[in-house]
Write a protein that binds this ligand. Structure first.
Ligand code: PEP
Ligand code: MN
Length: 286
């Protein structure tokens, strides 16, 4: 077993916090407990694209049993020519959909300058994989007064991920959930792209007391692979899942962001029903 590096991340390390020698420090995100006995499900579109889309999705994921609603208003896109998100209008629509369904909302702050604005609308502020090393943003989120969903950089080690969490904690905010969303594999491999590091779940649970969730949507990039990734995540001890979902039958070709990986609410329902069964084989490390 690898030695921990808690000198680098003292506040979030189990070994420097005797009160967290065991167990998970659950956080409350808009009334929902993350890191408690039951894995939580955060579901919704990649990006808020219109009022109709976010309202329909919010009602459908609520109906399917989701605990929280996700949706990006500021999108980190690889190409600057791609849809960048609806900005504040997207935040307003997301918050409205959350209020209408009673679901707390999770959305990304892409930029230090947006933290104040995003925290006005969000119950949980997401840090995207590309920003895990954006230290000024992490410091700002330490003071934002909202729980943070911290994605693992797709090229980051577990140590670097926990150091990023430490930046947030150092600002006074320990309400952090970690999110494994896939790491880059050999681009020449037959299924080039990303691979979810399921082993990292037990590793961070050993090294830290922070809850850890998994993103099977960005982690697989393929709607057909989402259910099996959810099963593996829950069996590996994940405290939750964040899944991209669009309304039933929604036309993939009309979606502005990540059209290949979202699932429909009927598939979400099946996953949520599966969680209880899969959970029984959770080894519950730490
Ligand atoms: C997202 O969740 O919308 C997202 C862009 O994820 P990631 O930062 O993991 O790519
Ligand atoms: Mn996406």
């Amino acid at each position: 077993m690898k030695k921990s590096n808690s000198r680098l991340y003292r506040l979030v390390a189990r070994e420097s916090r005797p009160e967290w020698a065991q167990g998970t420090r659950a956080i409350r995100a808009g009334g929902v407990e993350v890191g408690g006995d039951r894995p939580v499900v955060i579901a919704g579109p990649c990006a808020v694209e219109s009022r109709m889309q976010i309202m329909e999705t919010a009602h459908a994921v609520k109906e399917a049993g989701a605990d929280m609603l996700r949706g990006g208003a500021f999108k980190p896109r690889t190409s600057p020519y791609d849809f960048q998100g609806m900005g504040e209008e997207g935040l307003e629509l997301l918050a409205e959909a959350g209020a209408e369904t009673g679901l707390p909302v999770v959305t990304e702050a892409l930029d230090v300058r947006h933290v104040g604005l995003v925290s006005k609308y969000a119950d949980v502020i997401q840090v995207g994989t590309r920003n895990m090393h954006h230290f000024p943003l992490l410091k700002e989120l330490g003071k934002a007064g909202k729980p943070v969903l911290l994605k693992r950089g797709f090229g980051a080690t577990v140590n670097e991920w926990l150091c990023a969490a430490e930046y947030v904690a150092l600002g006074g905010n320990e309400d952090i959930m970690l999110c494994e969303r896939g790491v880059r594999r050999n681009p020449d491999a037959p299924d080039a792209g990303l691979k979810i590091d399921f082993g990292a779940i037990a590793e961070v649970r050993r090294l830290s007391f922070l809850p850890v969730i998994v993103d099977p949507s960005h982690g697989t990039g393929d709607s057909e692979k989402v259910e099996s990734a959810c099963r593996k995540a829950v069996r590996s001890g994940a405290h939750g899942l964040i899944i991209e979902v669009m309304p039933e039958g929604w036309d993939r070709s009309a979606v502005k962001c990540d059209p290949e990986q979202f699932i429909y609410p009927s598939a979400l329902r099946k996953i949520i029903e599966g969680i209880g069964r899969w959970r029984k084989s959770d080894p519950r490390p730490a």
